[in-house]
Design a protein around this ligand. Sequence first.
Ligand SMILES: Cc1cc2nc3c(=O)[nH]c(=O)nc-3n(C[C@H](O)[C@H](O)[C@H](O)COP(=O)(O)OP(=O)(O)OC[C@H]3O[C@@H](n4cnc5c(N)ncnc54)[C@H](O)[C@@H]3O)c2cc1C
Length: 421
Amino acid sequence: MVSEDLERVSADVCLSRGLGRSYGDASLPPEDQPNVLNTRLADRILSFDETSGAFRAESGLSLTELNRLLMPRGYFTPVSPGTSIVTLGGMVAADIHGKNQHKDGNFGDHVTSMKMRVADGSVIECSPTQHPDLFRATIGGMGLTGHILEVEFNLRRIPSQWIWQESRRIRDIDEFQDALEDAATEWPYTMGWIDCLARGKSMGRGIMMTGRWAESAEAPPKPPKKGFQPSLRFDWPSWVLNGLTIRLFNELYYRKQWRRKSSGIVSNQSFTYPLDAIHSWNRMYGRRGFTQYQCVLPREAGRSSAKRVLEVLTSRGGASFLCVIKDFGREGLGVLSFPRPGITLALDIAVRDDTQALVDALNEQVLQEGGRIYLAKDSFTRREHFEAMEGQRLDEFRAIRDRWDPQRRFRSAQSVRLLGD
Ligand SMILES: Cc1cc2nc3c(=O)[nH]c(=O)nc-3n(C[C@H](O)[C@H](O)[C@H](O)COP(=O)(O)OP(=O)(O)OC[C@H]3O[C@@H](n4cnc5c(N)ncnc54)[C@H](O)[C@@H]3O)c2cc1C
């Protein structure tokens, strides 16, 4: 389906859906309006200026395809999430952030213009100067302001398809925050893995990864090869991932970094998209699946706020197989953009009977710290928690929606749960 077809689709069709890589219910339709408009076939590249990097494409273009076509020509997206299996529309709607958030902000900061189909059926262009309210509400607006048909942004020049990576073992959460802060002045890409089962003095121990594009002289002469991609073909039984196996995995992973520091050249694929190496990796969580809980804790909450949130997780026996830490440097452009200066924690949690209670407890702690959660990952937050976290930002978002979609034609299962749509 190309963008002209998207413009013509029935007015009854509501929510847009890209590649469905948001972890929660953001791209699922509400029960009473079960249609979604899938953008996957609207994926044409419309223009590309090799001198300036200015690029325009339909919103269903995937980052995998963009990388396949443009990395060999020396261009990369200014901001990338931890998977390339996303569409441009999904990247705008979630205002995604990457390992360079501390330096380059979010994807929305690099978008120069968008073509949209809004609730009354009209197709318009919006940008920081044309309908700026719609532009800001769409960036990070989780598809609730209309269909993004086309996205224009600036690609970055890269010297090679390889990354110079440094990994460093970190002893505890305080050292982690210091290390990320120091690394932010030197490295364009930073993030860390935390062993969130370690308690006491070792709480928050882990491995920090930093990276920069390898110069052509230091990179291997040939581009990285696409390696074998295994696939999980069935759901693992739920007992496979339990407190004990996760503890064992964490211990081995932590010890894998046996030198305090190591460095070398790796492919962009393995540095930026490690989880894409295994198809359907989510099946290891069994039939009940998992949820990801991602919050940001503002700088003003102080150093110990991350420790307090991890304590809520560990004291309730919430074992997270994958826990990622990253510092954010600045607030996003979107009315509801997730990042703000501070520390973000992302925890993958297998769904159990007590998951709702665990997310409630985490949200109460995050509220006390003055933080907020990431809508692209959420499926358990309660409306009252979300409203308390968002305050005035939510009032502004509602006012813009009132102007552009007073009848709330664009709704999702998530917006029913969190906004009462
Ligand atoms: C392994 C993995 C790693 C990830 N790492 C990161 C990360 O590092 N940083 C980060 O920020 N996120 C990360 N994410 C989340 C992911 O980047 C976002 O959820 C992104 O929005 C998914 O894009 P999608 O095309 O799959 O969108 P979907 O999941 O299909 O949709 C997401 C939202 O976008 C809306 N939407 C999609 N297309 C359009 C359109 N054309 N018009 C209007 N609205 C639209 C949907 O309605 C929905 O609200 C990760 C996800 C995975 C699975």
